[in-house]
Every structure is written in structure tokens, then in C-alpha cells.
Design a protein around this ligand. Structure first.
Ligand SMILES: C[S@@+](CC[C@H](N)C(=O)[O-])C[C@H]1O[C@@H](n2cnc3c(N)ncnc32)[C@H](O)[C@@H]1O
Length: 391
């Protein structure tokens, strides 16, 4: 493909990404993969170049652009060499007219900037969209970090979480024998810190209420040395089913899966009421802390969707609280920096539940009764986490 044909491909893909963002359709990654699955003539260099253009266009436009072309014309304004590609040749973009719509450059949609600025500085916004590093967690159940790093010359130890390390971007992790042997997991260092915040110990009874495919459950099993009871719950059968092969690979046999019936979670959770030493509620959220992985997600979020998520968060927080024994710990986490989903949620919980107190956490910086990690300051995805102790 010529550079101009790659630009046209990026415009076509972005048109689909924009339509998907408006209609809650597929993620940009999926759209890119689908586009190339029917265009076998495109080589790996073409695919990489087109993908880079698509994601540069997505990252640059804070608001949903009028079209893929408007996004790319905006990008060409910043990078003049791209403007020459609008040359009108066959299968290439038409020359740019003076009165065409141009996407404005901004990190985020205005309404989200307004909600975030009370909690993070404007200087931190661009990092929300920068490419995420490849962070991993040594699986203590099988190997210590130092021994694993001795086998991986390109790995660099993380500075925040005890088992964290980083590999060069683009490393094909799943082709590595160490991955197949379950010696490590791919996991953001911030996620690792959240699992550490649960302070799960061998022999305890711990519930991971919103376990999904078990990323944090596996980290909890490692801190518990596979001893005690660790129950991974979720209402999503497909996600929870993905935990079984992961736990087998990691050697985390202690994990029990418990599928919940949405709206009737009490049926399965009832017998566990008031018994857990610790409960992790890794609640469904906007994912605003992970926009660096899927930057078009910021175009999809609406105030209405955020309000619905806040309700779900209140619901799962109440479910989790009911499981904690007196003196036990409830850790609430979201991969979001929006106060609606973090500090405000916990303030509301503490106001409604006088028998609970927030415990200080030694990570990130304070945010209301909890703590916050950000890509700019901590090099992690963005997270809010609070640790609550039941009287
Ligand atoms: C942020 S994700 C969890 C990610 C997971 N903990 C990890 O580390 O990979 C939130 C999960 O909450 C689940 N969820 C939503 N409503 C729930 C409910 N009422 N009870 C339990 N889980 C729920 C979703 O299905 C989703 O898997």
C-alpha cells in the first residue's frame, strides 16, 4: 500500500470507529482487525502504519470527530507530511478543501475534563491517553521475582508492587515458555497494588466479588500462598469461565468460582454473609483510568451511563459489605479517576453505614477517604481504591 492509500484506509476505519462510538458498537481494536481480515493484500508494515494512524487520530480528538476524514485532517494539521497524502490519486484521500470540518485537538471531551480537573491536574490529562507499558506479575506460587528476572534479560523490576516487572512493548508474551509454565501473568502494576491492598493472608477466607476472568483473584491466591478459602464471584458466566484455564496454568488451585444471578446475588452469597476476612469489590466502571489502552472509550461515555454505573457500584459495594466479618476489610476499587465512581461513592457509603471506617493506604495519593493512582504520577493505569474496616 502507498502511504496515501494507508491514509485512506485509516479514514475508512475511523469512520467505523466513530459510528461505533455513537452506537455503542465494537471497540477500535476489533474494527481494525476486522478491516484487515478481508484485505489480505495488506502486509504487516501496512497494518502497523494504518493502525498507528487510526490510534493517533483517536488520541488527538477529545470529542467524537465529525468523520474519519475530519480526524485525519486534524492530525495532518499537526504533522504536515501527512497533508501531502491527501493527493486525490485512486484509492487515496481527496485534496483537503479550505472549508472542511477538522477535529479539534483535546485530550478529553469537555464534560469529562470538567469532572476530572477537581481531582487531577490538567498536566496529567495527556498521560491518560499515552500508550500503556507492558507490565507483568511474577507468580509467587511458582517463582520469586528475582529468579524469574534472572531468566528474562530484558525484564526490569517494577518499583511499586513486590512482584511487578516490565517487558519491552510488543513482546509476544504468550509465545514465551515462562508464560506457558504459569511463571507470570500480564497485569498492570496498579492492579497488582489493588490486590496487595486487600492484605489477604494464608488461611483466610477472602471473596473477590467482581472477579471477571480473575486477574486480581490470581494475585490474591499468590499472596495467600494457596492456603485458605478464596471465592471468585461474578454475574458474567463467560468471564468467570475464563478463570478456570488461568488458575490451572498459575497453579492457583485454591480458587473456587461462584456464579451469581444478577439481581438475586443473595441466593448464592447468603451463606457467606458476615464471614469473610476480606472482600474485594473491583466494581464495574467507566474504565476512565484505562483509556490509554482503548482511547475511543472516552467518546462512548455519557453522563447517563456514568449515573447507571454509579448505581451498580453502590449495589455491589452493599453486597460486598454484607459478606465482611466484624473487624474484616472491604476493599473497593475502580479503574477510573472520576470522583463519581470513587471518592464520592465511598463518602456516600460511609455516611450511610456508620459501622465502617476508612483505613489509610500507602499508595498513590489521597482522594477523599481512599487513594488514587494515575498514569502521570505512578506510571500505572488510573485507579481509585478505598479500604474500609467493619467495626
Ligand atoms: C472491573 S470488572 C472486574 C475485573 C477483574 N476483577 C479483574 O481483575 O480482571 C467488573 C466485573 O464486575 C462484574 N459484575 C457486574 N455486576 C455484578 C454483580 N452484581 N455482582 C458481581 N459481579 C458483578 C462484571 O461482570 C465484571 O466482570
Amino acid at each position: 500500500m502507498t502511504p496515501a492509500a494507508r491514509m485512506q484506509a485509516a479514514i475508512d476505519i475511523l469512520d467505523e470507529v466513530v459510528a461505533a462510538a455513537r452506537g455503542q458498537g465494537a471497540a477500535a481494536d476489533v474494527i481494525v482487525a476486522r478491516y484487515f481480515s478481508t484485505r489480505r493484500y495488506a502486509g504487516s508494515k501496512d497494518r502497523r502504519a494504518v493502525r498507528d494512524l487510526v490510534f493517533a487520530g483517536i488520541r488527538r480528538a477529545g470529542e467524537v470527530p465529525a468523520s474519519g476524514r475530519a480526524a485525519m485532517i486534524g492530525l495532518a494539521g499537526d504533522r504536515p507530511e501527512l497533508a501531502d497524502l491527501f493527493n486525490g490519486a485512486p484509492h487515496c484521500p481527496a485534496p483537503i478543501a479550505t472549508d472542511e470540518p477538522v477535529a479539534l485537538a483535546a485530550p478529553l471531551p469537555a464534560w469529562l475534563t470538567e469532572r476530572l480537573l477537581p481531582v487531577i491536574g490538567a498536566d496529567e490529562l495527556p498521560a491518560l491517553l499515552e500508550r500503556a507499558p507492558l507490565d507483568l506479575r511474577a507468580n509467587r506460587l511458582k517463582i520469586g521475582r528475582a529468579d524469574l528476572l534472572a531468566r528474562l534479560p530484558e525484564a526490569v523490576a517494577g518499583s511499586l508492587a513486590p512482584d511487578a516487572f516490565r517487558l519491552p512493548e510488543g513482546t509476544r508474551v504468550e509465545a514465551m515458555p515462562e508464560w506457558n509454565q504459569g511463571l507470570f501473568e500480564v497485569q498492570d502494576e496498579g492492579s497488582q497494588l489493588l490486590a496487595e491492598a486487600v492484605r489477604a493472608r494464608p488461611g483466610q477466607m477472602v471473596v473477590d466479588l467482581c472477579a471477571g476472568a480473575g486477574g486480581k483473584t490470581l494475585a490474591l491466591a499468590a499472596t495467600m500462598a494457596n492456603e485458605g478459602r478464596l471465592i471468585a464471584c461474578d454475574v458474567d458466566r463467560m468471564r468467570l469461565a475464563r478463570l478456570a484455564p488461568r488458575k490451572a496454568r498459575a497453579g492457583a488451585e485454591m480458587i473456587e468460582e461462584l456464579l451469581l444471578d444478577a439481581g438475586h446475588e443473595d441466593r448464592a452469597l447468603g451463606p457467606l454473609g458476615g464471614q469473610a476476612d476480606a472482600v474485594l469489590v473491583d466494581a464495574p466502571c467507566s474504565g476512565s483510568g484505562t483509556w490509554r489502552r482503548n482511547p475511543e472509550a472516552r467518546w462512548r461515555l455519557t453522563p447517563e451511563r456514568l449515573a447507571r454505573l454509579s448505581q451498580t457500584q453502590a449495589h455491589v459495594l452493599a453486597l460486598g459489605a454484607a459478606l465482611v466479618r466484624p473487624g474484616g476489610r472491604l476493599v473497593f476499587a475502580v479503574c477510573s479517576l472520576l470522583p463519581d465512581e470513587g471518592a464520592d461513592r465511598i463518602a456516600a457509603f460511609l455516611a450511610d453505614n456508620p459501622g465502617w471506617t476508612a483505613e489509610a493506604l500507602s499508595l498513590g495519593r489521597a482522594s477523599g477517604a481512599g487513594s488514587m493512582l494515575t498514569p502521570a504520577r505512578d506510571g500505572t493505569d488510573g485507579f481509585f481504591v478505598a479500604s474500609l474496616i467493619r467495626a
